[in-house]
Structure formats: structure tokens, C-alpha cells
Design a binder for this molecule. Structure first.
Ligand code: GCB
Length: 606
């Protein structure tokens, strides 16, 4: 609890101690504390929080979190920031989008808000859940440090039980988006480094013993006749939990072991989920006083040779890549933004989306479940990650676990991707292999992938990682970064992969309107031409089982500064206004609609 802190006591230490942040970099809130949320009542803490950017980390040095709330006239010594007074910002938000002077700000920022609670029920537990905090987040309650989380796009929980007092409490979060060599992603990316609390923060209560995790799936044995449920109880006191799926007539006890883990297999043949029939079942799990719910689809995704099979049938992934990016909101998304995204994908004729390059908002996969889209989900193991660094591996593995645990009940998610365009070194191979194995351990029901490499000297797909993943993702930019288009046809012919290839990216920048050149690079016509040529070449390759061109919408990024780019990557099929379609949109749509209308041969015909 808060005790008066005296700046004077701490003044020299605050100036001289360059290890000021070490006690707070604990990563103690990484995946271990994540709690299954389906159906839980929460109090959304959206709204105004007091806010301050803190370039020099003065807050951690001076311990701003331990200042008592009081009126300025009652303070008896000077102070550099008052967490309880001053400027406010809305949560969720990215600070870059709020003020021009914060646009490129990288560093720590402090968020503070009160949490008022009534009588505290001793037999309940209290938690905060952060949907995402970019990138490093340190949480304080009433001046006490509660823990630290790394990773910009996955959720985490922090327990408040025993620490709350009746009446007013104060939550503070120190969020830091500094890019460093050892982080995931590292310093260099092709998307904007948005900082902040940009997804929902919520407060919730549970009984003393709670359902911490719940995983339900069709057993991947090809029969479609068995489902398996796995539960994990925190603080178990009773011996069984109960699983209910009314539409399948299921009401079954799950026996728990001493560690609170339980698993059950049930012979049943549910109607299967697929894009054409996105069938979901209402599911509930109860344990003592605790109860969670979910809507779950059952489906099987596998690879056989170079085929991808959905429920035993070959499927071609008609996809598009998407970032989480908005001209006004940055990385903040909402229901209508997500629905618009799926409507555009539908218009394109897609049955699949690649959610690049980090875990997107969890609502995206819920909507994909309902609307019938398959998804590729990904962690930001991007470009030249510090592969030899064990701390970097722990960070990547943590983000992967948080993503998988968050979304593994979503039938729409068919692929976990463990990396994108990484240099081919031994350290990288070991790192990515470890991640691919982690996927399979946490979730035996999905395929793994990564954007792999091409041997440009020999013009063929060649990546040592390929044998450790199910699908070879290939980012290729023939017609754009790679000038000689004929090389793509050569790669097609020279490669003989033993597993499916999905073109995880291809595309070109096309700037709409007066800003763009009429002809040549960066023009809409040039972009359209690249799409035409790509489709003509790729449709002949039998082992290509899907594509997700780059990208649905233009997106903001620091590194694109030529006179046509102006801080944007313009490879969107739709401009950054999320309205204006470019010519290439219609070319891809024509192709996908041809395939979708059953003329599978159209895909291969020249
Ligand atoms: C890539 C990256 C993607 C970039 C894209 C581009 O290969 O995976 O993040 O945005 O190319 O536009 O260069």
C-alpha cells in the first residue's frame, strides 16, 4: 500500500542509479497468469487515464508510483510529475495518434486511473486484464509494483486479490515502446511502432478456485467422430469440472488430477465448421462457483503431400494479408473496423486472411469463426531477430504461448506462423524449430508455417526450416523488389517441395490519385500489372495451395519516405481511407471469384 515517498530521500539515488529499472524488468506477468475469459463479466476500464510521456524514465527513477494523491497546495516538497493531476488520454489508444508531438515518441509513458471498489468479498479473487500494452508494461496498485509483461500484442492478467482496499484504489501502468536489439520484433520493422494501452483494460472477479484454461477440439484422427476437452483449474478444491454442449446432448464430468488438470474424450460427430458453413456450438464449463462459456467450431485441417485438406477435402486458400492499422486510430481497432475488413475480404472472394505480423485483436478470430474465414496467425519473429539470445527466445516463446492459449478454441485459425523472412543461420533454425515444436505441443490440431527463403543463386525455394513446419510460406515480390519476372517462373519450375506452398506475400505499391505517378513504379497501373503477371505465373504451380498478397489496406510506417509514400506502405489493394479500391483489387477479385465458383481448373489454366 502507498506510503509517503520523499523525493529528497531518493534524490541522489534517482540521479545516479543506472540500474533503476532492473527490479521492474521481471516479466513476471508473462503467460503463466493468463486466465480464460469466455463469458466472464468484466468492468471495462476504458475512458480517461492521466498520462505523461517520460523519455528519461524519471518515473521509475523517482518512483512516481509511490507518490500519495494529494492537492498541490498540501505538498511539502517539489515534484516532477503528479500522477493524479494533469493531462488525460483515452484508453484504449496509441499516443502517436493523439498529439503531433507524441507521433515518433519512443520510451516510457505513465497511465493512472482510480479503481473504486465496494465491500471486498473475501472469498473472491480480483484481477486486471490488459488486452495489449505495447511493448513493456509495468503495473502498480496503490504504489506497489505488481509485475511486468513483455510483448506488444498479447493479453495478460494481474492479480489484485488481498491488495485492494475498500473505496479508492490507484492503478498505474508504465508502458514502454523502445525498440531494442533483443526484442520481438527488434529495432527494424515495416510497420509503425505504436506505443500505449491500445486494447481494452478490464477488471474482473472470480471465485477462489477458477477455470484458468479451457481447450476444446475435434481429435485430429481423420474420423471426425471424437472431441477432446482439456481444462486447467487454479486453486482446485473439488475433483471434477463439468462440460456442457447442449446441442450435442453433452453434459459430462471431467476428472481433475492433483495439479488441477483434466481431460476428457467424447465420441460424438459434430457438424463440421467450414467457411461455407461456419457452424459453432455453445459450450459451457463449470467448476464449483466458476463458469465460463465459449462458441466453438469443430473442423480438421491437415496437410497431405502438397495438399491442404479442410475436413478431408483439398482447399485453396484465397487470402489477403492485413495489418492492424488505421489512419486515425493507429493500432486500435473496433467492431466496425473489423467487420469492414471481413466485408472487403468477402468482396475480394477470400476464404482466408493472414493476420500479419503479430497477434491481432482477439475479436478478429471470433468474427472469422462466425463469418467463415480461415486465418493465419503470427508472432513478430521478423527479420533479424537476436536469434542467439536466450532471452529473445523466451520472449518469442512467451508471445507464442499467449497467442495460442488465447485463440486455440477458434476454428477459423488454421495456421500458426513462427516467423517472417529471417536470415538463414543455425541460431535461427534452432530458434524457429523450438517455436514450431512449441506450437505442436500446445496445439496438435493446426498447421505451422513461416515465410521461408529462396535460394536466389539457384532460383529455387530452399530453406532448412521447411522440414520443421507444415506449410512453406513464401514472400516473393517479382515485378517489384525483384525486377526479373521470369525468375518467378524459374523458381516455380526448379522447386519441388514435398509440402504445400502458400504465397504469404506478393504485391507492389500503387498510389492513388494526383499524388501518384501516372505510369511506372508506384502507379496504380504498374501495381495492377504486377498482379496480372503474378496470377498468370502462380496459377500454373500445382504445389501452391494458397496466397495472401500484400496487403488489404495501405498502412503507416516510418521507413517509407519517398515523395509518393509519405510515411505509408502503399501496397494496399485499398487506400488508407479503407474505402478507395485500386485497380489491382478487381484483378485479384476476378481471379478469386473464378476459383470460388468451382472452376478449379481456371486456377491452373494459362
Ligand atoms: C515484406 C514484409 C512486409 C513488408 C513488405 C513490403 O516482405 O514481410 O512486412 O511490409 O515486404 O512491403 O516490403
Amino acid at each position: 500500500m502507498l506510503e509517503r515517498s520523499h523525493l529528497a530521500d531518493n534524490a541522489l539515488q534517482a540521479l545516479h542509479d543506472e540500474d533503476y529499472d532492473v527490479p521492474f524488468n521481471t516479466q513476471s506477468l508473462n503467460h503463466a497468469g493468463l486466465i480464460f475469459m469466455g463469458g466472464r463479466a468484466v468492468e471495462n476500464l476504458a475512458g480517461d487515464w492521466t498520462f505523461c510521456v517520460d523519455l528519461l524514465d524519471t518515473g521509475l527513477r523517482q518512483k512516481w508510483f509511490s507518490m500519495l494523491p494529494e492537492a498541490p497546495e498540501n505538498r511539502t516538497e517539489p515534484w516532477d510529475y503528479d500522477p493524479y493531476l494533469g493531462e488525460t488520454v483515452p484508453v484504449p489508444s496509441n499516443w502517436a495518434m493523439l498529439k503531433e508531438k507524441w507521433y515518433f515518441f519512443e520510451g516510457s509513458a505513465w497511465y493512472t486511473r482510480p479503481l473504486d471498489v465496494g465491500d471486498i468479498d473475501e472469498i473472491r479473487r480480483q484481477f486486471l486484464r490488459f488486452g495489449a500494452a505495447s511493448y513493456d508494461c509495468k503495473i502498480f496498485l496503490n504504489g506497489e509494483f505488481l509485475g511486468n509483461h513483455y510483448g506488444a500484442s498479447t493479453p495478460f492478467c494481474v492479480e489484485l486479490t488481498g491488495r485492494l482496499k475498500r473505496g479508492r484504489n490507484w492503478i498505474m501502468a508504465c508502458v514502454n515502446n523502445t525498440r531494442t536489439r533483443d526484442r520481438v520484433p527488434m529495432r527494424n520493422t515495416d510497420w509503425f511502432n505504436y506505443g500505449g494501452l491500445y486494447r481494452d483494460v478490464s477488471f474482473f472477479e472470480t471465485p477462489k478456485s477458477l477455470i484458468k484454461d479451457f481447450f476444446l477440439y475435434l481429435v485430429p484422427d481423420g474420423t471426425g467422430a471424437r472431441i477432446r476437452a482439456e481444462v486447467e483449474i487454479d486453486g482446485s478444491a473439488q475433483e471434477t469440472a463439468k462440460l456442457m454442449i447442449p446441442e450435442l446432448g453433452i453434459e459430462r464430468e471431467i476428472t481433475l488430477d492433483e495439479a488441477g488438470m483434466g481431460r476428457i474424450e467424447i465420441e460424438v460427430s459434430p457438424e463440421l465448421w467450414c467457411p461455407e458453413n461456419p457452424r459453432l456450438y455453445d459450450v459451457a464449463v463449470s467448476y464449483g462457483e466458476d463458469r465460463v462459456t465459449d462458441r466453438v467450431g469443430f473442423r480438421q485441417i491437415e496437410r497431405r503431400g502438397t495438399d491442404i485438406l479442410l475436413n478431408g477435402e483439398p482447399v485453396f486458400l484465397r487470402g489477403i494479408s492485413v495489418h492492424e492499422d488505421d489512419a486515425e486510430l493507429g493500432k486500435v481497432t473496433n467492431e466496425s473496423d473489423l467487420r469492414r475488413r471481413f466485408e472487403h475480404a468477402r468482396e475480394l472472394g477470400c476464404n482466408y486472411l493472414r493476420l500479419a505480423h503479430y497477434p491481432h485483436h482477439e475479436r478478429a478470430a471470433e468474427l472469422a469463426d462466425e463469418l467463415g474465414f480461415m486465418l493465419w496467425e503470427e508472432i513478430p519473429v521478423y527479420w533479424a531477430i537476436d536469434f542467439a539470445n536466450p532471452a529473445t527466445y523466451r520472449d518469442a516463446a512467451n508471445q507464442l504461448q499467449e497467442l495460442v492459449k488465447r485463440d486455440r478454441n477458434r476454428a477459423s485459425v488454421i495456421i500458426w506462423s513462427v516467423g517472417n523472412e529471417n536470415p538463414d543461420t543455425d541460431a535461427r533454425l534452432k530458434f524457429m524449430q523450438g517455436l514450431a515444436d512449441t506450437c505442436k505441443k500446445l496445439d496438435p490440431t493446426r498447421l505451422t508455417s513461416a515465410a521461408c527463403l529462396v535460394n536466389h543463386a539457384q532460383n529455387r525455394i530452399e530453406d532448412r526450416l521447411a522440414e520443421h513446419i507444415d506449410i512453406i510460406g513464401l514472400n516473393e515480390y517479382y515485378g517489384w523488389y525483384e525486377e526479373n519476372f521470369d525468375d518467378l517462373a524459374a523458381i516455380g519450375e526448379n522447386s519441388n517441395p514435398d509440402r504445400p506452398v502458400v504465397i504469404s506475400e506478393t504485391g507492389a505499391d500503387g498510389v492513388i490519385g494526383p499524388k501518384g505517378p501516372e505510369k511506372g513504379l508506384f502507379s496504380e497501373d504498374y501495381m495492377a500489372d504486377v498482379y496480372r503477371k503474378q496470377i498468370a505465373t502462380l496459377r500454373r504451380l500445382n504445389y501452391v495451395k494458397g496466397m495472401s498478397p500484400w496487403i488489404l489496406y495501405d498502412f503507416r510506417v516510418e521507413r517509407r519516405q519517398n515523395i509518393f509514400q509519405n510515411g505509408y506502405n502503399h501496397k494496399g489493394l485499398i487506400a488508407a481511407d479503407k474505402k478507395t479500391k485500386k485497380k489491382a483489387f478487381h484483378i485479384l477479385a476476378d481471379y478469386y471469384h473464378q476459383i470460388a465458383t468451382g472452376d478449379e481448373d481456371a486456377r491452373k489454366a494459362s
